[in-house]
Design a protein around this ligand. Structure first.
Ligand code: UGA
Length: 434
């Protein structure tokens, strides 16, 4: 078992720290934000993620993980230092690497003996070279360190399962010494482990996220076509997806992808490719199609309601996907904004994301937050579904019908079988189905 330092207690960093600790390693996690540090040290999670609060408490209790704001303490502690800081989007779509650069400079001022520094954050290809150069430059002498890439593929909402049981582990490392450290860290994992050079590993992450985004945009386009010609997208997705070469997952149509990763990563990948002279029109179209989708969904609602002004609309689901309170780049944001612009009155419900949403859209005469899915429908002219939370799938249909002013459902996530819902006496509109 190793001594591991994790820099950054955001989504990836915290899950990485806690999971490595739970696997038996000793972990120090560095977090600069005082209030976050304070909460984490007391076992309080700063975001919603199933399974992680329990694991945090357990590993704090056994002393396997601890939190600090001191980089020098972290650098002195870990044989391996995982960089898990944010790489947000800059105005031009490229990745803002200032947190990576800052961490590299801080490492430079504390490092005295060999350390394996590992990028887990999603970074543009060849960032490892810059990290290494920055450490050497600011240390002022030849520092005995190595920079490797080990991208993370966990999804919000299933982060624990994804970390502990990944489809694959990608490791870009140059030396045998570095490779041996990874072999120890990942000795209990049974998935394929691919060893390669750091640039290739960095590229795998951007290529994976972009492909997934493209896959969803593709099925969404087919869904549009299905609607026009009267075909059924769920059958088309099955028919296409059961071809093993394609795969059925990520072929669920809807209101488009969101979240903190796909949009940011696709844009950054386009920028990187352009920088190296490769024009990525395929991804530009993926982006365009995805963001237009939010507007076309609003047009669909308006078409159904005819005039939006003063209509009461119930909305189920605000997070960008189920099992998370994350609303970053959530389609709900633009859909709510457009509906409000057109004069609608909204009654919103989400099992966990309402506090985050309230920051963007405070309670007002047009925006109401309700504590229960049925309350949100009280007196509404239509119910709009934006996130496929499990609890939206079990419905007391007579109760729902009684709550709504009109029995109309516009489902952006295809939660139900159309014949069934219509059989319950509802007008039901979904994506890519008759
Ligand atoms: C994504 C990747 O799936 C992870 O592998 C990666 O590690 C992560 O980004 C990251 O880079 O950190 P995440 O953004 O948490 O994970 O969520 P996904 O499950 O990929 O969903 C992204 C969006 O696609 C959601 O808005 C979801 O509703 C949408 N989606 C997904 C669809 O519209 N249809 C589908 O079939 C699947």
């Amino acid at each position: 078992m190793k001594k591991i330092t994790v820099v950054g207690a955001g989504y990836v960093g915290l899950v990485t720290a806690i999971c490595f600790a739970d696997l038996g390693n000793d972990v120090v996690c560095i977090e600069k934000d005082d209030s976050k540090l304070n909460q984490l040290s007391r076992g309080i999670l700063t975001f919603y993620e199933p399974g992680i609060p329990e694991l945090l408490q357990k590993n704090l209790g056994t002393g396997k993980v601890r939190f600090t704001n001191s980089m020098s303490e972290g650098v002195a502690f870990g044989d391996v230092i995982f960089l898990c800081v944010g790489t947000p989007e800059r105005g031009d779509g490229s990745a803002d690497l200032s947190q990576i650069e800052n961490a590299s400079r801080e490492i430079a001022s504390s490092i005295t003996s060999y350390r394996l520094i590992v990028e887990k954050s999603t970074v543009p290809v060849n960032t490892h070279q810059r990290v290494k150069r920055t450490i050497q430059r600011y240390a002022g002498h030849d520092v005995p360190c190595e920079v490797a890439s080990n991208p993370e593929f966990l999804r919000e909402g299933s982060a624990l399962e994804d970390f502990m049981h990944p489809d694959r582990i990608i490791i870009g490392v140059e030396s045998q010494r570095g490779k041996a450290l990874f072999q120890e860290i990942y000795q209990d994992f049974s998935c394929p482990i691919i060893y390669t050079d750091p640039a290739t590993a960095e590229l795998v992450k951007h290529a994976s996220n972009s492909f997934l985004a493209m896959k969803i945009s593709y099925i969404n386009m087919i869904a549009d076509l299905c609607e026009k010609v009267g075909a059924d997208i769920s059958i088309v997705a099955d028919g296409v997806g059961f071809d093993k070469r394609i795969g059925r997952s990520f072929l669920n149509p809807g209101i488009g992808w969101g979240g903190s990763c796909f949009g940011k990563d696709v844009k950054a990948f386009i920028e990187i490719a352009e920088e190296y002279g490769v024009h990525f029109g395929l991804l530009q179209e993926t982006l365009k199609q995805n963001y237009e989708r939010r507007k076309s969904f609003v047009r669909k609602i308006e078409d159904i309601l005819w005039v939006n002004n003063d209509k009461v609309i119930a909305i189920w689901g605000l997070s960008f996907k189920p099992d998370t309170d994350d609303i970053r780049d959530a389609p709900s944001i633009e859909i709510v904004r457009e509906l409000l612009k057109n004069g609608a009155q909204l009654q919103l419900f989400d099992p966990v994301a309402m506090d985050n949403f309230r920051i963007l859209f405070p309670e007002s005469d047009k925006v109401h937050y309700l504590g229960d899915k049925y309350d949100a429908c009280q007196g509404a002219d239509t119910l709009v579904i934006l996130t496929e939370w499990k609890e939206f799938q079990s419905i007391d249909w007579p109760r729902l019908k009684k709550s709504l002013n009109l029995p109309v459902i516009v489902d952006g996530r295809n939660l139900f079988k159309p014949e069934y819902v219509r059989g319950e006496g509802f007008e039901y509109y979904s994506v890519g189905r008759k």
